[in-house]
Design a protein around this ligand. Structure first.
Ligand code: THU
Length: 127
């Protein structure tokens, strides 16, 4: 069965427990729902060479794409258990694969909002 937005957000909160965040202490988790109903989770992983840090959304996307999955329905994101919308790099990264996927976040599981990725990134770059 396909998870609800609330269930997907809970999975994002759970995934944020694995965040490696010695620099920001901002724990982000993402739960990525594929078109065929699988869920890949991810967390942010920081690095002392700050630019090498990877966001939770991209961790989840990289896990899925490296397993051969390229079509996505939705992603839920939680930062320190609450709202966190994707950064610009993550918006473009996700846009490559599923322009109209839904992006879900909120202060808690009962106050979720969602947007289409192409609303959050108007006229995203395409080769
Ligand atoms: N971060 C994410 O994981 N996702 C985003 O979309 C924005 C930022 C992480 C990166 C870094 O570890 C921490 O949040 C603070 O910027």
């Amino acid at each position: 069965m396909r998870p609800t937005d609330k269930e997907l957000f809970r999975m994002a909160v759970k995934a944020s427990e694995n965040a490696y965040v010695p620099f920001s202490n901002f724990h982000v988790g993402a739960a990525l729902l594929t078109k065929d109903g699988q869920v890949y989770t991810g967390c942010n992983i920081e690095n002392s060479s700050y630019g090498a840090t990877i966001c939770a959304e991209r961790t989840a996307m990289v896990k899925a794409v490296s397993e051969g999955v390229r079509e996505f329905e939705a992603i839920a994101i939680a930062g320190n258990g609450g709202t966190s919308w994707p950064c610009g790099i993550c918006r473009q990264f996700m846009f490559e694969f599923s322009e109209d996927m839904r992006v879900i976040s909120g202060e808690n599981e009962d106050e979720l909002k969602s947007y289409r990725l192409n609303e959050l990134l108007l006229e995203g770059f395409k080769l």
